[in-house]
Design a protein around this ligand. Sequence first.
Ligand code: ADP
Ligand code: ASP
Ligand code: MG
Length: 407
Amino acid sequence: MSLIVEKYGGTSVGSPERIQAVAKNIAESVAGGDRVVVVVSAMSGETNRLLGLADSVSAKPSARELDVLVSTGEQVTIALLSMALHSLGLGARSYTGGQVKILTDNVHSKARIIHIDSKKMMEDLDNNQVVVVAGFQGVDNENNITTLGRGGSDTTAVALAAALEADECRIYTDVDGVYTADPRVVPEARRLDRITFEEMLELSGAGAKVLQLRSVEFAGKYNVPLRVLSSFETGPGTLITYEESSMEQPLISGITANMDEAKITVRGVPDMPGIAYNIIGAVSEAHINVDMIVQNIGSDGLTDFTFTVAGVDLDKSVELLTPVVSNLKAQTVIGDTNLAKISVVGIGMRSHAGVATTMFQALAEKSINIQMISTSEIKISVTIDKEYAELAVRTLHKAFRLEHLTN
Ligand code: ADP
Ligand code: ASP
Ligand code: MG
């Protein structure tokens, strides 16, 4: 008898009918002899609706109260799904993150999971109950409600699978696997049967929202067998795997566009030791992740320092940097949201030169201007004007011949 964690995202539970369809899917797993723990997201659009409500009553909502608010979305779906399971004659019990309990740190809106108590879930499973857990949420050690960042239900599912030592964690969503690019942007994109953890980490980190980055980190760290599947149709989905299969490795496995980053430039900084430390240190201390960093060669003793952060962190970052700018006697700090980060990811890059050249040439031929470039062993990212993001992804998909099985 296998223990399976199944996660259903917002579109998959987006209506009463969808919740009933999900209940049927779970009933099939149970009928097949599996013990099932289910994680659900809020119904599609609900988290955004709640965030909109907060904005309409406050210009600067408190982070603690935002988490109390947005966590209600998932509380609705766990109850409805449990009721739908009861209607099919199955035993089911719903739990919020706090009830489980999923202990996190106290960084509201991007909390990290510290510990999960699996005792109650195990008791329920032993009593033939389906355990239905609210995704995206936990509690800190003072019982404040916390949330795990957008897309965080993926991480709840993988963390539960790790804590329960589940046989597989299945992420059911509105596409039937991980593709060579977002299939909504590139119709010719191809579903991958398998992808390595390393590549998936880079794709998620680069903005392929099919799996939240932290869920992939968790799966890699705790060796959780992870699969992405459609909740709308049956199929094998995509297995996230450790092995770099003995089959010939494709050069590139995927291309992503991240539209949610913002660029911050500190202008006219005196070019001296400690600049990077002072600027990046100020934002990192506030748990803000910094992504691409460029420091230009200075002229006349002054330089510009540019980096990117998540779009949601832009205002806070500029606020934090304002005193730093005056301390450093720099000229000004400017925020810009008109950019997209385009990334090309593939393990084959390790052994093949020329990927960057192909990428830059393809973009040049479409007259797409590159602003910033960064590379890792298996990824090349560039930022460009947001307007050209989809064109860039389609162009690169073609340039690397990703619509074909081997490229
Ligand atoms: P859920 O609500 O189920 O968590 P998400 O919207 O978070 O679903 O993630 C699924 C979406 O991710 C897909 O609808 C697709 O548009 C997008 N996506 C982006 N890049 C990829 C990719 N490489 N492969 C598959 N889907 C992708
Ligand atoms: N409901 C949350 C969100 O929209 C979490 C999730 O769906 O994974 O980001
Ligand atoms: Mg998601």
